[in-house]
Design a protein around this ligand. Structure first.
Ligand code: ADP
Length: 552
């Protein structure tokens, strides 16, 4: 016997319809490429998204066609999130920090038909426009006047049939009804950032996106409500800005988009002027913000929480936010293949009475599974390690917003690892404590294997990051004749500080098993960062391939 409830598909357009009807006056504020602060509302967003949906149809975009963006976080990008997916096409967010060759590779692989871009990326688009196979229309996300004033004619000339976003919107009216279709229809496409191999496409569905947004908004997840003003620093060009553009509509929160202004000063100004209560981003972004706030002796007057994930958040950062600035850090973990949310480190009731010290120890973990995601850690034979086990192993996940296969079948069957019982191998090495808090100890490719035993590079990096003279630290495996591999610490010092190898190594004493202590420290000017702001340890390993440790 079936239930007798309405069969309404979970469609992305329904989020926008809800926001327009129930939170129509709520603001969306953007720092624009044009240089000013732009203000709009959900009502206006919905109107313009409908116009854009009509414009897409006029450009010949059909259901399932891929429509690409190369854009910062802003209201026009948000309009495309809804106009493209809502009309049945697939929003393909491209990462503008990639090399032009990679952009061409990914755009060709995705078979993008239209490409929208912010004026900032004009040089990149000029470099790829003559090379992509499928893009029929290039649309710059501004108005014609701004384009003429700010774009060199010789660069513009390299882009065939360049259209201006505002011309497209102005040419349409907003009489458009969002189509209804199967909720399993593809909605958006994002390629993995390729820190471990060629980028592969992850194709989300309307159903997976809406379910993920429900879960993301929950109190023990990102905890978002209509009273919040949310500033996603995490880019809309990578994994849907952790779902915040969808959650915004779902709960009616004010949204504040930083555009290209991702430096500490620009972010701080927006936090304060727009009354931001919640933000989200990768650790490297918060480093810039903290440095600015510290140097200028500033305080946050409205910001209460920030979500930090994408790579391990150093405990020293969690403490700095909490103790100096009264901002609660929610450590989160996920990946492109998981839409991205997997775990968030929200406290269980039992931690209420614990000391601050104990609570900080919990907060350093990546957190508990959000409902919809199940996870387990297995040993090298695939046997599950119980919660509370001290041994780390491979982390596997499953759930309705977790990838089953990559776009066009790249990479074969990712679930093959799990003997047909449908678990996705994350490539992360982790353990889960008795309360269900998961802690990533490494990425399988980054693991350091010394004498057959694992050394957790993240722990070693976290300790280095707690040293006041360290700006950034990466720990990689260096070849060793006796132990196979030993940890080598690569460090960027804070400007104006003096730190020696010996002082830093002494800093490890008593904090870690002695045999885990790095064998050597090298100071460098910079550590290579990938397109999503993560340290590229594969590049570092390449750079130090022939490095000889002092004991070797
Ligand atoms: P890519 O896999 O291409 O780097 P993702 O952005 O999908 O791109 O990265 C997912 C990976 O990032 C995870 O598998 C994990 O290794 C790492 N990661 C994400 N969040 C955290 C976190 N809070 N702590 C440690 N590692 C994290």
């Amino acid at each position: 016997m079936n239930g007798q409830m309405m069969q309404l598909p979970l469609l992305i357009s329904s989020l926008l319809v809800h926001a327009e009807r129930h939170h129509g006056e709520r603001e969306i504020v953007s720092r624009r490429v044009e240089g000013d602060i732009h203000r709009t509302t959900y009502k206006e967003l919905a109107t313009r998204a409908r116009r854009m949906a009509k414009a897409l149809a006029r450009l010949g975009v059909q259901p399932a066609d891929r429509v690409a963006t190369l854009a910062w976080n802003g209201y026009r990008h948000m309009e495309l999130y809804y106009a493209v997916s809502g009309s049945g096409a697939v929003l393909h967010t491209l990462n503008p920090r990639l090399h032009p060759d990679q952009v061409v590779y990914i755009a060709d692989h995705a078979e993008d038909s239209v490409l929208f871009f912010d004026l900032t990326f004009l040089p990149l688009v000029a470099a790829v426009a003559g090379r992509t196979k499928s893009v029929r229309h290039w649309v710059v996300m501004t108005d014609r006047a701004h384009l003429s004033k700010n774009a060199p004619a010789d660069v513009v000339a390299k882009i065939p049939n360049l259209l201006a976003y505002e011309d497209l919107v102005a040419a349409e009216d907003d009489h458009y009804a969002w189509p209804s279709f199967d909720e399993n229809t593809a909605s958006s496409l994002c390629y993995t950032s390729g820190t471990t191999g060629n980028p592969k496409g992850v194709l989300y569905s309307h159903r997976s996106t809406v379910l993920h947004a429900y879960a993301a908004a929950l109190p023990d997840a990102l905890n978002c409500g209509s009273a919040d003003a949310i500033l996603p620093v995490v880019p809309m060009f990578h994994v849907n800005a952790w779902s915040l553009p969808y959650v915004g509509c779902m709960v009616g929160a004010k949204l504040v988009f930083p555009g290209a202004g991702l430096d500490g000063k620009s972010l701080y100004e927006l936090f304060e002027s727009e009354g931001v209560t919640l933000s989200a981003g990768v650790p490297t972004v918060w480093q810039g913000l903290l440095a600015h706030v510290e140097a200028n002796n500033l305080r946050f007057s409205t910001m209460k929480r920030t979500i930090i994930g994408g790579s391990a958040c150093p405990p020293a950062m969690i403490r700095a936010f909490g103790e100096k600035y009264g901002v609660h850090v929610l450590h989160a973990w996920g990946m492109t293949e998981m839409s991205p949310l997997g775990t968030v480190c929200a406290f269980k009731g039992k931690h209420a009475g614990q000391s601050q010290q104990e609570r900080y120890a919990v907060m350093a973990k990546q957190g508990r599974a959000v409902y919809g995601v199940d996870m387990k850690v297995v040993d090298e034979n695939g046997a599950e390690l119980p919660f509370g086990s001290e041994t780390s192993g491979d982390l596997l996940v499953r759930g309705p917003w977790i990838l089953e296969k990559y776009f066009k079948g790249e990479g074969g069957d990712p679930l093959r690892y799990s003997d047909g019982d449908g678990w996705f191998p994350t490539g992360d090495v982790a353990k889960i404590d008795a309360d269900g808090y998961m802690q990533i100890t490494d990425r399988s490719k980054d693991v350091i294997k010394s004498g057959g035993e694992w050394i957790g590079s993240i722990d070693l990096e976290n300790i280095a990051m707690a040293h006041p003279a360290v700006a950034m630290a990466a720990c990689i495996a260096a070849p060793h004749p006796k132990w196979d591999e030993r940890p080598l610490l690569v460090v960027v010092k804070k400007p104006g500080t003096d730190l020696t190898r010996e002082q830093l190594l002494a800093f490890y004493e008593g904090k870690i098993a002695k045999w885990w202590t790095p064998d050597d420290v090298v100071f460098v000017d910079a550590i290579p960062l990938g397109a999503t702001g993560k340290m590229q340890k594969n590049k570092l390993r390449e750079q130090f391939r022939d490095y000889r440790l002092p004991t070797a």
